[in-house]
Write a protein that binds this ligand. Structure first.
Ligand SMILES: *Cc1c(COP(=O)(O)O)cnc(C)c1O
Length: 367
């Protein structure tokens, strides 16, 4: 068989590492686990698994419509928001088209674009932040989609409401603006974009959200897009008939109502953030302040080594080498105990290295 030209060089996604018995702080999952209401819903619903799911996700869309004060036809539900990305590129990318994103962001934008023969162009990330002006300046007549990630994975940085509005006003109306807000529920800044306001005024904007992060449903695979009705109807043409399984739908509807769990998840994240910031400062490690449930931190040595040492001690994080950065890791904010354990391990690694440097200095001085 001959593989299509545009995908022959794609590299399969390398997921966050799982190690038996290790604490996983590698994939930004909710450290509190699944929302209890969702667990209850799937336990009760499991016996219906011989039936096909509702291909139109009627209940979930109606729950989302009332949550956001929009209509059910403003939503498309995917097998994770990863799938929604592929629905989007499947609808709008022809071979030879291009899309633009940032050089240090979620890798699935490039994957989804290339899958349909599109070219991904990267605007250089500065200080971990999307450079919206640079992105605007890179648009040409084959640009179909711009992917923004807010807050950005892996850096945790964000752009503001006024920055987004200024950008949206510059973008031609025939270019789709994808705003991936997978971590929106964790954001705390006062000037966070009110991106939902764009749905009724801009037919070329789609916002992506997911149940994989704060709702604790990553293993069930369910996420969604919010957009103008005509855009949603385009996406439905590229969607498989039963793309979202029935347990995921039940869990998502229940999780939306689990306010106690959401509140607790948010607070645990805030507390963990403060603890980790203080620890990084004590260890003299630079980090970006985060708007999400993970922190990007500079470990001042080869990140693959740090990753492997941490894994041998029982905690997995995400080394940034696959993003082209050699001395940084991304760590998911865990429970208080997990954060303490992670810092204890990291401190040992940092001290080992300082010890090595000092002893080699001594050697050089003596020689
Ligand atoms: C985790 C994540 C998602 C969510 O993906 P799902 O397919 O919904 O699990 C989407 N975008 C970004 C930037 C993420 O980090």
């Amino acid at each position: 068989m001959r593989i299509r030209e545009c995908i022959k060089d794609l590299i399969p996604y390398s997921p966050g590492k799982l190690k038996k018995g290790a604490i996983k702080l590698a994939s930004n999952e909710n450290p509190l686990g699944i929302a209890p209401k969702a667990l209850n819903a799937i336990s009760n619903g499991a016996n219906q698994s011989s039936l096909y799911p509702d291909g139109a996700c009627v209940e979930l869309k109606s729950a989302l419509a009332s949550k956001y004060n929009l209509s059910s036809d403003n939503f498309v539900i995917g097998n994770g928001s990863d799938e929604v990305l592929v629905l989007i590129t499947g609808a709008y990318i022809e071979p030879g088209d291009n899309a633009i994103t940032s050089s240090l962001t979620f890798s699935e934008y490039a994957f989804a674009t290339r899958l349909f023969g599109g070219e991904m162009r990267f605007a250089k990330t500065e200080n971990g932040r999307f450079q919206l002006d640079t992105i605007a300046s890179m648009i040409d007549n084959r640009t179909k989609i711009i992917f923004l990630c807010n807050p950005n994975n892996p850096t945790g940085t964000y752009f503001t409401d006024s920055e987004l509005n200024e950008f949206v006003n510059k973008i031609p109306r025939d270019i789709l603006l994808v705003i991936d807000e997978a971590y929106r529920e964790y954001m705390t800044a006062a000037d966070v974009p009110e991106s939902l306001k764009l749905i009724n005024t801009r037919g070329n904007v789609i916002i992506l959200r997911t149940f994989s992060k704060i709702y604790g449903l990553a293993g069930l695979r369910i996420g969604y897009g919010i957009a103008d009705k005509s855009l949603i109807s385009d996406l439905n043409k590229t969607r498989a008939p039963f793309n979202v399984n029935s347990l995921a739908q039940l869990a998502a509807v229940a999780a939306l109502e689990d306010n106690d769990f959401l509140k607790k998840s948010f607070l645990v994240n805030e507390e963990g953030k403060r603890y980790l910031y203080a620890a990084f400062e004590r260890l003299n490690l630079e980090y970006y302040p985060t708007q999400a449930n993970f922190i990007y931190v500079k470990v001042n040595q080869d990140c693959t080594n740090v990753f492997e040492r941490l894994m041998s001690m029982g905690v997995t994080v995400r080394p940034m080498k696959s993003f082209g950065v050699n001395d940084c890791i991304r760590v998911t904010i865990g429970t208080a105990d997990q954060n303490i354990f992670f810092i204890d391990c990291l401190e040992k690694i940092v001290n080992e290295k300082d010890g090595l440097e000092n002893s080699s200095k001594v050697k050089i001085l003596n020689s």
